[in-house]
Design a protein around this ligand. Sequence first.
Ligand SMILES: C[S@@+](CC[C@H](N)C(=O)[O-])C[C@H]1O[C@@H](n2cnc3c(N)ncnc32)[C@H](O)[C@@H]1O
Length: 501
Amino acid sequence: MSDLLSVVIERTGSFLEEMPKSLRKKKGQFFTSRETAVFMAGMFDLSRLPEDVCVLDPGAGSGILAAALVDQLNQAEHIHRIHLTCYETDPEITPLLRKNLAFLKRRSHIPLEYELLTGDYILTQQHDFKGDLLAVPDPPKYDLIIANPPYLRVTRDDPAALAMPTVVHGAPNLYFLFASMSLFNLKPGAEMVYIIPRSWTSGLYFLYFRRYLFSVGKLTRVHLFASRDKVFKEEEVLQETMIIKVKKTSDAPKTILVTSNQSNGDFHNITSLNVPYTSVVAGKDIYLFLPTTAEEMAVIHKIHSYEHTLPEEGLRMRTGVVVDFRQGEDLRKEPGEHIVPLFYSQHIRDGRVHHNPSGKDFDWIVDEKPGLIQKNKNYVFCKRFTAKEEHRRLQCGLYLAEDFPQYRFIGTQNKINYVDHVDGSEMDIPTTYGVYALLNSTLFDVYYRVLNGSTQVNSTEVNSIPVPPVEKIRQIGQRVKAAGDLTTPACDSIVIEVAYA
Ligand SMILES: C[S@@+](CC[C@H](N)C(=O)[O-])C[C@H]1O[C@@H](n2cnc3c(N)ncnc32)[C@H](O)[C@@H]1O
């Protein structure tokens, strides 16, 4: 391959030597590695392109992605002209970008024109996006868009967030404002390839973005990086990252190709799986399920064989109420009158909840404030935070009121979640065991990991998982209790036999 990208990468290296990382971090500026850029540029379907191709690289940095795509286009015989547009606001990098664009124009086999826009990608187009009075009647549209957008949280009253209210719901991040704008910038039927964090695939904050994305376009390909710490090799970006290809169309494909690589930078050893579109994009909150193996796919299939969620079966996961560092005056190191146990995630062990105070920590809380305590009833506790290297995301413990008969109330720290009846009545013992067995099963743990790539367990997401009817949950519970074995293998066999055989 005639390799324009190599020159751009080399020049970027010199820029990096002079520009401190801390400064670039503030601007959300991280550069794509050579291997990733080539992989991304290779994801487009070039066969359907017109002779004159309009290409956009918003937030172009030094032009790495643009160069990788120009290399790719130079190999497509039916293309006669490339119109390349780059947006970049950082005055520190625009001289290098300008130099690299001039180089691409000089050296591309196919005639190339370029335009470098130094205005803000979001703000300069906000009226077009909103379709308001100041909108350009016929804004430019593109055949191909390739981007590594800035990863930068902004406040809800940031001009960029205010510019795109339809996609903002909760804490906005520039990366999904860019992705939405790019979808808007595509011609009908055209494709964009974006490298973005994985956070948008679940969770309420990104709901409006997902709604926009899936109403205006359809996901056609996904690439997952198995380990998050090496995508931007030199850059040390600790973000779970993915590459998506989105087509501007209302027709969903039958399947989505989900690929993943084990060691980053090595795009030669790729695992690939064709997953039915309806298995990837599912639920009323449009969550994304991204299996990378046939086993994970089978798990999704099994869980989706039920329709109702925990709340629809009268049960709900909630988050513990005590934010201990804010409630210092109510916490105690010793038990006493009007003092009740406060439960932390470290009390969840081997499937049970053990309140074994060390005497050093604040393991107790006064029972005076109703908002800080809850009835001593049967619950299933679940850790909210787990470490990346831990085997399971869902780590649960059975909490039985009868184990703590001396208390009417207890406290739960907000680093645990707990399952309770929606109406506040007490779960009976079989239901409690049954919920525990489901959450402690391999099936649910794998499902949750496919749904949410992060290490946190979010109660809203658990409440969206389809579960068997409550009668079956009770049956599972009766069997698990009778077996007297709370381990995952024991739960697995009973859960499968009763509800998923
Ligand atoms: C994550 S970097 C990626 C750079 C390049 N595309 C690459 O892949 O190497 C994002 C770039 O977007 C630029 N940027 C940030 N906000 C912008 C905005 N509102 N409009 C245009 N460019 C912006 C940053 O200066 C930065 O160079």
